[in-house]
Structures are given as structure tokens and as C-alpha cells.
Write a protein that binds this ligand. Structure first.
Ligand code: ADP
Ligand code: MG
Length: 596
């Protein structure tokens, strides 16, 4: 068209499109769920705006928040239409081509190594998956603030935009027309589309309709003199909108009615990850009382690669907030503390007000209560993960657990959790004073007696020697390095158990974790180590008083604070100990590596 304005795709976007077009990736189905997901997002946006401005929805069909799919077998076009927020001309230029999102280059990079297109939605570039099945795509869009426009591209590095003067007016929303490639004609089959919507878009909260053909039998009025009965009924085909999904939100159902498979599928749709992996666990509950809400929380099977990378700058929660079934936001930091950012899920509240701005909602007093309950439930869910794991139970009750049915599947699940998210629990202990004890219960570590396995504070305490008052630990870079430490000589010989803390975050952790179940923590490389009876030591201290005094003088006071007799050693003659409130040598090392 001569009136069309031409644009070039941003370079990274162009590369991404090349990769998609030339991809040998066999699962081309994914384009449909990306388009439906975009349609659903657009519907969420207009519904949210309509909360404070009723007029915005318009009237009649425009006000119907739905998605429609149509097939044109002759022209080989598949089209998906929504009555969502739509895009202005400027939106079309920015969103579909000229502004590369941060995920674009990350995804291009990933594609070069793995070629698994399945995660495209997670990188925020799902739209371009249309070029898996189409060689020419038109996006027709009408936003309330602009005229109707058409975006079109053959993925040849450029796209064009024109004011739409020839198509039927959309009222509001977006229609995406895919001119299907020769080898993608299967997407013109109704049964294929039905199957895909069932498989991938089950949890879309707007009705999805397909313009489907239907055979109807029409009775022909029988003529008096007609001898045969056969031709009384004539088969005719007509077309009508057929609803493909059940829009009852999964979280509104009773947890008893929802199957594990349904939760897994729901998790995949939230995570935009349609792989095979199941979530580690989940919790679905209904909070009652002053603040009412329903929530589903999932622990993902794996930590995302960047979970801790930007921990202190980013506050990215993965919870979606709904108010009375209306999607409000997935960028609500106030629902969960940072250290629980690894959880995925949603909250739907009946108590929060619907007709206020996002900013006002953020200040609402109920949020504090919701947050408190969510934390409690999340920590309960993680505790259960440990309780149900046969590897976690103490030897005495092991038998019982092994006899229970699904113990095989649950075996080792807590170690797996710890491996992926243990650092989050430690960060929680540092940040969340209210729940510190609950979090400390979830802590796992190795000790001088744990035999290479993970153990807990409760188990440590159960094994404490009689007369032992404190919980002993040592910090360092690795277990191997610590095992030969002179600080452990005597403790080992006398049969005391010592915890190894070898993660850099552990040094910070132990500045916050002062005690557990009325027991204090004692770093065995620091001053203050007490082992059982101290009376003999007192006597010895007296008789060697002169020697220690001389020694202290000889070492000069800027090198050491004090020289003391100690019962912590067995074979080594002496050792340098950190003062009670000083940095351990490990902490000195960590601080040095950070300032360098
Ligand atoms: P994402 O959905 O993760 O943002 P996409 O590549 O799927 O990434 O979509 C890019 C952008 O294009 C969206 O963020 C949205 O602004 C816009 N968009 C795509 N489809 C629609 C639609 N049906 N209605 C309105 N805007 C849309
Ligand atoms: Mg998308």
C-alpha cells in the first residue's frame, strides 16, 4: 500500500526473527498460547482501567471481554481477535519491532545454545513466535485513543504501518491475522485448534470462542406421496461460536477437588514454562477473618538463573494480585518479602477495594495482614516438604515413613529444595526477625558428625552431649579445609558435634542468628568456647599466669588482644582465636574479596 509507513526492526529483534523463521524446532504449537496470552493480558488491562472509568468499555459487543478465533481455509488465514485495550500507532511501532526488550538478546543467546523455543514467553518476546507458522502477519488494532491501524510484516527486516481504511472496524482491541506457511496448514483444522486451547490455555480467565462448523439436521416436511423415509432429514452445516474453555478460576475451587495434574498445569501457565517438570510443592488455601483472600503458592522445580544476581536492587515478586477475580497487577512488591521471591502464585482478595488506583491499593492496610498470612503459609509449606521426605526423618521413625505410599517420590525432596533455595532461607533469617525461629528450623548444613549428609538444628540439639550448653559451629571456605582445623581437635576428640558453615552468606547469617531453642551459638574459632567443666582450667590458668603475661608483652598489643590458656586444642600447641565480637578470619577474607 502506498500510504504505508515503513520501519526497520531493531537489530536484535531482527536476529530473533531470523532464528525463529529458520528454526527446526518441532513444537510450533506454542505460537497460539503466546497470542492467547497476549490477548488475555490486553483484556486484563482494559478491565483494570474500567474499574475507575466505566465508560471505557463501550457498549454492546465492545464490552464483551472475550477472545475469538477464526479460520479461513480458502485464504489460509488463522485470526485471533480480542476486545482488549488495543494498541495505538505508537504502541504498534514500539511494542512490535523497534524497542528490544531486555529479554531479547538473552533469548537470542539462549537459542544459539539450546534451541528450545518453549521458554520464549518468559523472555517477553512471545509475539514473534507467530513466524514459526506464518510467513506474513497482519496486526490490526484499535485503541480508544487512536484510529484503527494495521501493522504488517513478512519478517524481512522491516514492517509497515498504515491507517486502516479497508477492514471492518474493530470497535476496540486487536486482531492478529496469520497467513500460514505451506507446512503449517494443520492450524486450519478446527480439531487441532480445540486441542491446543485445551492443552495450553486452560487457565485463561476470559472466554475463548472458535468460529466452528456444526452439522445440523433439518427436517424436511414430508410430502404426502413420498414413498421413502430416507430423505426426510437433510444434513446441513452452519457455523457458530463455540466456547473452548471453562473460565472458572482454579483458585476458586475447593483444594480437595483440584487434581495434582491440574495444579501442575496451572503452574506451567503461571511460569510460562511448558516443560515437563512439576513444581516441587504447592499450597492452596482460603484465608478467612478480617481479611479474606484465596491464594495458591508454588515452589518451582528450579531456581531461575538470576534469582540472587540482582537480589538487592530488584524487588521482583512473582505473585499475581487479583481483587474479586479481576487481575490487578503482577508487580506488587508488598505481598511477599524479598527472600520469598522464588515463589510463584497468586492472591485473590475479596477485602481489597476494586475501584481505587494501584497506588492507593499499595497503601491499603489489609495488605499487611495478607503478607503476614502468606509468609506463614509459605513457611508451613516448606516445612511440610521436609516432614514428608523420608530422608529427613530421624532413624527411629524412618520405618513408618518408608511404609507410607508415596515416600519414594518424596525421598530427597528437601535436599533438592535446599540446594535450589537454601540461600533464600538464610536471607530470610537475616531479614525477617519475626519469623527467624521458623526459618531457622528450615536451615540445613553439614557437621563433623553428619557423614556428608545435611542435618538440621533440631537434630543437632537432640544429639548434644550432656552438659553441652551451646551450639558449636565453624566458618570457612569449604568443609575439607575446616575438617583439619586445629580449632576442632579437642572438640572432636571429646565427641562434640560442630556445624560447618561454608557459604559466604553464613557469616552474615550468624550475626543475626544468636540463639535457637534457648541455646546460644558459639563460633569455635572465637573467644568464649566453654566445654563442660572449667575448674581444672582455672587452676592451670593460675599457674601459667606469668608465662601468658610475658607472652602477651612479647607479641606487643597491636598484634594480639590477649594470650590465654585454653582447653580447645588437643595436638596443636597454640592457635590464634578471634575475639567474641571481632570478625572471624573467614569474614576478614570475605570482606577483603568484596572491597577488592
Ligand atoms: P510480552 O507479552 O511478554 O510483553 P510479547 O512479545 O508477547 O511480550 O508482546 C509484546 C507486546 O506487544 C506486549 O507487551 C503488548 O504491549 C503488545 N501486544 C501484543 N499483543 C497484544 C494484544 N493482543 N493487544 C494489545 N497489545 C498487545
Ligand atoms: Mg506475550
Amino acid at each position: 500500500r502506498s500510504s504505508a509507513e515503513k520501519f526497520e526492526f531493531q537489530a536484535e529483534v531482527s536476529r530473533l526473527m531470523d532464528i525463529i523463521i529458520n528454526s527446526l524446532y518441532s513444537n510450533k504449537d506454542i505460537f497460539l498460547r503466546e497470542l492467547i496470552s497476549n490477548a488475555s493480558d490486553a483484556l486484563d488491562k482494559i478491565r483494570f482501567l474500567s474499574l475507575t472509568d466505566k465508560e471505557i468499555l463501550g457498549e454492546g459487543d465492545d464490552a464483551k471481554l472475550e477472545i475469538q478465533i477464526k479460520l479461513d481455509k480458502e485464504k489460509k488465514i488463522l485470526s485471533i481477535r480480542d476486545r482488549g485495550i488495543g494498541m495505538t500507532k505508537e504502541d504498534l511501532i514500539k511494542n512490535l519491532g523497534t524497542i528490544a526488550k531486555s529479554g531479547t538478546s538473552a533469548f537470542v543467546e539462549k537459542m544459539q545454545t539450546s534451541g528450545d523455543l518453549n521458554l520464549i514467553g518468559q523472555f517477553g518476546v512471545g509475539f514473534y513466535s507467530v513466524y514459526l507458522v506464518a510467513d506474513y502477519v497482519e496486526v490490526i488494532s484499535k485503541h480508544n485513543d487512536d484510529k484503527q491501524h494495521v501493522w504488517e510484516s513478512k519478517a524481512d527486516g522491516a514492517f509497515a504501518i498504515s491507517e486502516d481504511t479497508w477492514n471492518e472496524p474493530l470497535g476496540r482491541g486487536t486482531e492478529i491475522r496469520l497467513h500460514l506457511r505451506e507446512e503449517a496448514q494443520e492450524y486450519l483444522e478446527e480439531h487441532k485448534l480445540k486441542e491446543l486451547v485445551k492443552k495450553y490455555s486452560e487457565f485463561i480467565n476470559f472466554p475463548i470462542h472458535l468460529w466452528a462448523t456444526k452439522e445440523v439436521e433439518e427436517e424436511v416436511p414430508a410430502e404426502e406421496d413420498d414413498a421413502s423415509d430416507d430423505e426426510d432429514n437433510v444434513k446441513k452445516t452452519t457455523s457458530e461460536w463455540e466456547l473452548l474453555n471453562d473460565v472458572k478460576a482454579i483458585w476458586l475451587r475447593s483444594p480437595r477437588e483440584v487434581t495434582d495434574e491440574e495444579y501442575t498445569k496451572f503452574y506451567h501457565s503461571l511460569a510460562k514454562d511448558f516443560g515437563e517438570e512439576k513444581p516441587m510443592t504447592w499450597s492452596h488455601f482460603n484465608a478467612e477473618g478480617d481479611v479474606e483472600f484465596k491464594a495458591v503458592l508454588f515452589v518451582p522445580p528450579k531456581a531461575p538463573h538470576d534469582l540472587y544476581e540482582s537480589y538487592y536492587n530488584a524487588n521482583k515478586s512473582n505473585l499475581k494480585l487479583y481483587v474479586r477475580r479481576v487481575f490487578i497487577s503482577d508487580e506488587f512488591d508488598e505481598l511477599l518479602p524479598k527472600y520469598l521471591n522464588f515463589l510463584l502464585g497468586l492472591v485473590d482478595s475479596d477485602t481489597l477495594p476494586l475501584n481505587v488506583s494501584r497506588e492507593m491499593l499499595q497503601q491499603h492496610s489489609s495488605l499487611k495482614t495478607i503478607k503476614k498470612k502468606l509468609i506463614r503459609k509459605a513457611l508451613d509449606m516448606i516445612r511440610k516438604l521436609a516432614e514428608e521426605d523420608p530422608d529427613e526423618s530421624s532413624d527411629t521413625d524412618k520405618k513408618e515413613v518408608e511404609e507410607s505410599g508415596d515416600s519414594n517420590e518424596k525421598k530427597g525432596q528437601y535436599a533438592k529444595f535446599w540446594n535450589e533455595f537454601g540461600k533464600s532461607i538464610k536471607l530470610g533469617i537475616i531479614e525477617d526477625a519475626t519469623n527467624r525461629n521458623r526459618l531457622a528450623k528450615l536451615l540445613r548444613f553439614e557437621t563433623t558428625k553428619s557423614d556428608g549428609k545435611l542435618t538440621s538444628l533440631d537434630k543437632y540439639i537432640a544429639r548434644m552431649k550432656s552438659g553441652q550448653k551451646d551450639i558449636f559451629y565453624i566458618t570457612g571456605t569449604s568443609k575439607e579445609q575446616l575438617e583439619n582445623s586445629p580449632f576442632l581437635e579437642n572438640l572432636k576428640k571429646k565427641g562434640y558435634e560442630v556445624i560447618f558453615f561454608t557459604d559466604p552468606v553464613d557469616e552474615y547469617l550468624m550475626q543475626y542468628l544468636m540463639d535457637y531453642e534457648d541455646k546460644k551459638f558459639q563460633n569455635v574459632s572465637k573467644e568464649g568456647l566453654k566445654l563442660g567443666k572449667e575448674s581444672k582450667l582455672k587452676q592451670l590458668k593460675e599457674s601459667f599466669k606469668e608465662l601468658t603475661k610475658w607472652w602477651k608483652g612479647a607479641l606487643a598489643s597491636e598484634n594480639v588482644d590477649d594470650v590465654k590458656l585454653s582447653n580447645r586444642l588437643a595436638d596443636s600447641p597454640c592457635v590464634v582465636v578471634t575475639s567474641k565480637y571481632g570478625w572471624s578470619s573467614n569474614m576478614e577474607r570475605i570482606m577483603q574479596s568484596q572491597t577488592l
